[in-house]
Design a protein around this ligand. Structure first.
Ligand code: AMP
Length: 393
């Protein structure tokens, strides 16, 4: 069963409730990166063109742990959208505020934004009663928040089941995510090369297992590399490397019969992130030093795999890229991927921000908005909140 698309549906005079992902970095009420909101603007415009009677927008912002944190208010997002579209956006006091029903009955009001869903502990608990309150705000439910589709949260998992299938839609961003990620895992053109970096081996183990089957080469970088090197008996000095990650890496290496996993041959090392960096021209890292980036030999080695690839997936930076001295490996990989003609998908907040900063994002086939969600989709072939959209009654 397919997902229903809003583009070819009549939504005239309907009250439309949309779950967006407006989880953007905000400091002192200033939005630091508006990409996620900008991606949603065409959908908002489309709904207004379709003459919906009310557009009720919902999102989470940050991790307020079920408490009302004023610095995590969606107010700056509501202002930003109002400014961009030249239309008033009414922000409710809370997602369950009784005033929302009054606003819904006022003819001149078009767009209502519910305050941060995660100010309510019920949202992340997947509470059904909370979903029932939200369901009263719309005739139509649309989910376009791919980044949370791997979570069984109330607004994406409980809420759609309170609408009929006829009135339940997957938004354009989700549709695009699914078609790109499906292409990646169903019949990837070969060679299929994956670049996996970042720091959390544990979070990526299941995806790596799946990629061991699907991909031709897996290029490991970032802090991910050290548990693998240590598991092979190579010294990693003071680099980030937990015993648990070493045993996970060992089990993956044992299973890697086709020798698909490739590890850095050199590193950029330092005593700490604030010390002067130095190239370590070997796989091993001295006792008193840490690895903070891949070295030039590794860059060239990985580039050779990438330039030959027909399909590429990248998740996770190649080093401590937030620090200039250790950002070169990550930007090198961003540029190398953008220069290929391969079908390329980049997922994960840090890799996406590196791609955006590098200025090469236009050459990437698909920049995924959800890091964890894209990894879980690759692992399992679907996500809980997507299944609900498909199989609601
Ligand atoms: P993840 O969320 O697993 O993709 O990890 C991303 C984080 O890993 C970023 O904040 C990077 O700075 C960090 N990281 C990547 N490589 C290293 C490294 N060699 N040493 C320390 N942190 C790293």
């Amino acid at each position: 069963m397919g997902l229903k698309n809003i583009a070819d549906s009549d939504l005239e005079n309907k009250k439309v409730l949309v779950r967006f992902d407006f989880n953007v970095p905000i400091k002192n009420k200033v939005i630091k990166d508006s990409s996620r909101i900008d991606l949603a603007l065409p959908t908002i415009k489309l709904l207004l063109e379709k003459n919906v009677s009310k557009l009720v927008m919902m999102s989470h912002l940050g991790r307020p742990q079920g408490q009302n944190h004023p610095e995590l208010s969606l107010e700056p997002v509501a202002h930003y959208i109002a400014e961009k579209l030249g239309i008033e956006v009414y922000l409710s006091e809370s997602a369950t505020d009784s005033g929302i029903k009054t606003l819904l009955n006022l003819g001149h009001i078009k767009i209502i934004m519910l305050e941060n869903l995660r100010f309510h502990p019920e949202e992340t608990k997947g509470d059904n009663e909370f979903a029932k309150i939200l369901s009263e705000y719309g005739d139509i439910y649309i989910n376009d928040a791919f980044g949370v589709c791997h979570r069984k949260h109330s607004s994406v998992y409980e809420l759609p089941s309170l609408f009929t299938r006829q009135n339940t839609f997957a938004g354009p961003l989700i549709q695009k995510e699914l078609s790109s990620l499906t292409k990646l895992i169903e019949k990837p053109a070969k060679p299929f090369v994956c670049v996996v970096g970042g720091a959390k081996v544990k979070d990526k183990i299941n995806t790596l297992e799946k990629l061991l089957i699907k991909a031709d080469s897996i290029l490991i970088g970032g802090a991910m590399a050290y548990p693998f090197l240590k598991a092979k008996g190579i010294e990693v000095g003071n680099s980030l490397c937990s015993d648990e990650d070493v045993s996970i890496a060992k089990s993956l290496l044992d299973r890697d019969k086709g020798s698909k996993i490739h590890l850095p041959s050199d590193h950029i090392i330092a005593a700490d992130p604030n010390s002067k960096p130095k190239i370590q021209d070997s796989q091993g890292i001295p006792e008193d030093k840490s690895g903070f980036d891949i070295g030039p030999k590794t860059q060239k080695k990985y580039q050779a795999f990438l330039s030959n690839a027909k399909t590429i997936f990248w998740n996770g930076p190649m080093g401590l890229f937030e620090t200039e001295n250790f950002s070169h490996g990550t930007f090198f990989i961003a540029e190398a991927i953008s220069k290929t003609n391969a079908f390329s998908v980049v997922g994960g907040g840090d890799s996406v921000s590196a791609i955006n900063k590098s200025g090469f994002s236009d050459n990437i086939s698909h920049v995924s908005t959800g890091g964890g969600a894209s990894l879980e989709f690759i692992e399992k072939g679907s996500l809980p909140a997507i299944q609900i959209l498909k199989y609601t009654h």
